[in-house]
Design a protein around this ligand. Structure first.
Ligand code: CU
Length: 150
């Protein structure tokens, strides 16, 4: 058995671009295509803005439409807001659902976010019906805002 495994390992090393083997990997989930030029961006706040909490965050999307989670319509997705996330979640898995990765699965395009005073980063990632980033991923730039006490 170990001989077979190492033989397969050698094959993978010899042919790193061997498509079918990569597609068969257990972590691989179907990805939804995004159209050329699709962009997610922040309508508000502006990058570098100084704001008070709660912060009104408005999500922008160009070249695609917003649809609730579970809707399979082509060229649509729903927003995810990454708060103070230093490492992007994997593109081939559903986006985590926790206090720093917020899902807007009802198709919302804005939110009120309570943030502690200080610097914070925000980034949008569009997810498909199953919360998986599109192929290629549709992400905003990561913006930094400063929250000050009222
Ligand atoms: Cu989601």
């Amino acid at each position: 058995m170990s001989k077979i495994t190492s033989f397969c390992g050698l094959l993978l090393l010899a042919f790193p671009a061997f498509g079918p083997a990569q597609e068969a990997a257990p972590a691989a989930l179907p990805r939804t295509a995004s159209p050329d030029g699709a962009v997610a961006y922040f309508l508000a706040p502006a990058n570098g803005a100084t704001v008070t909490s709660p912060v009104t965050i408005r999500f922008g999307l160009r070249g695609m439409g917003v649809a609730p989670a579970g809707v399979m319509t082509a060229n649509t997705g729903h927003h995810h807001l990454l708060i103070d996330v230093t490492e992007l979640p994997p593109d081939n898995l559903p986006i985590p659902n926790d206090t720093t990765h917020k899902h807007f699965g009802a198709g919302q395009t804005e939110t009120e976010l309570a943030l502690e005073p200080g610097k914070h980063t925000l980034q949008l990632v569009l997810g498909d019906a199953a919360h998986i980033p599109h192929q290629p991923p549709v992400r905003s730039e990561k913006i930094t805002i400063t929250v000050i006490a009222k």
